[in-house]
Design a protein around this ligand. Structure first.
Ligand code: NAP
Ligand code: ZN
Length: 349
């Protein structure tokens, strides 16, 4: 065990502050990573403030991790000391249920172990990437092919990237499809980039008129201000698929009505309070579907990272020092992120 520096919330109402944690001594199949950058996901904020009513304190968030391998266990074969590596939202799962066998560890029937706030044998919880170092089982560590000088832009792919890539692939988004992305935050801006790279015609729905020009630069073909009924009216019954990334409760009927017959809207946002229930008529007339999707499996996360490296896709980031995190959370709540905060972990050393 070695003590390292981290940032933790001690309760739902206390700001994040410096904290010392320990990382386990390496098991034979463990990889030890010195964290270089960690993205700031809205889930970090939901968890730090116990908005999902399941947070164990102290809580060290962070599940968009990139860094350099500094040690490996005796049985590790895929990583060498000095190489870049990534860690996303999961650090373990049961490995034997049907979901794990299918490579979809995020749906592990026995519950995957989250990178933070996950259960650890002995009654403790896992500590995430707002820290200097992490020790993770090799099978949950991702390879990074991106160029090293763009590393900060790679970190958000480990959650925002895979959470948008997985549903776009599952619902077979591609050329000839009109796809809506709702919300231009961390997830939404990756959804726009990825749907565009997959060949779809992308319509971005935003509550922030000031983001329209950026949305087009990021890959949106059209931008609709979702609070403007006249603009929304133009898209009634037009879209094959909608990826809704909004982190707050809102009227999802207004978006369901934009789907064509047999269209699907997939929710990935997990707001603190529920959305008002959707009207069944909007679903029935048009045989529309409302769905959900959770991050992505390890194999698909690697596929997404390789796809992004090949297409030179990274996140648009604002790099921040560790001690800016509480301000970053407040800005995230005001939708004032362009489009992902990423912590430079050197600032914690
Ligand atoms: P984020 O960066 O804060 O982006 C959310 C965006 O939603 C905002 O930028 C804003 O976009 C829009 N928005 C915010 N409040 C709104 C409101 N009241 N009405 C309408 N739109 C609103 O958050 P994120 O990191 O992308 O995360 C989004 C959600 O996904 C969070 O709930 C997070 O916990 C969840 N999440 C889920 C998974 C999963 O596996 N399913 C994984 C990661 C995160 P505009 O300014 O463009 O309107
Ligand atoms: Zn996340």
């Amino acid at each position: 065990m070695t003590a390292i520096k981290a940032y933790a919330a001690q309760s739902a109402t206390s700001p994040l502050a410096p904290f010392s944690i320990e990382r386990r001594a390496l098991h034979p199949d463990d990889v030890q990573i010195e964290i270089l950058y960690c993205g700031v996901c809205h889930s970090d904020l939901h968890t730090a403030r116990n908005e999902w009513h399941n947070t164990l304190y102290p809580c060290v968030p962070g599940h968009e991790i990139v860094g350099r391998v500094s040690a490996i266990g005796s049985a590790v074969t895929r990583f060498r000391v000095g190489e870049l590596a990534g860690v996303g939202c999961m650090v373990d799962s049961c490995g034997h249920c049907s979901s794990c066998q299918e490579g979809e560890e995020q749906y592990c029937e026995n519950g995957f172990t989250g990178t933070y706030n996950g259960p650890v044998f002995g009654g403790e919880n896992t500590y995430g990437g707002y820290s200097q170092r992490i020790v993770v089982k090799e099978s949950f560590v991702l390879r990074i092919q991106h160029e090293e000088n763009n590393l900060a832009q790679v970190a958000p792919l480990l959650c925002a990237g895979i959470t948008t890539y997985s549903p776009l692939r599952h619902w077979r988004v591609g050329p000839g499809m009109k796809v809506g992305v709702v919300g231009l935050g961390g997830l939404g801006h990756m959804g726009v980039k990825l749907a565009h790279a997959m060949g779809a015609h992308v319509v971005l729905f935003t509550t922030s008129p000031g983001k329209a020009a950026d949305a087009k630069r990021l890959g949106a073909d059209e931008v609709c201000i979702s609070t403007d009924a006249a603009q929304m009216g133009r898209y009634q019954g037009q879209l094959h698929f909608i990826l809704n990334t909004v982190a707050a409760p809102h009227d999802i009927n207004t978006f369901l009505g934009l789907l064509r017959k047999d269209g699907t809207m997939t929710l990935v946002g997990v707001p603190e309070h529920p959305h008002p229930s959707p009207a069944v008529g909007t679903l029935i007339f048009g045989r529309r579907s409302l769905a959900g999707s959770l991050i992505g499996g390890i194999a698909e996360t690697q596929e997404m990272l390789d796809f992004c490296a090949q297409h030179q896709i990274g996140s648009d980031v604002e790099i921040i020092p560790m001690d800016y995190i509480n301000t970053a959370y407040e800005r995230m709540l005001k939708s004032d992120v362009k489009y992902r905060f990423v912590i430079d972990m050197q600032t914690l050393r």
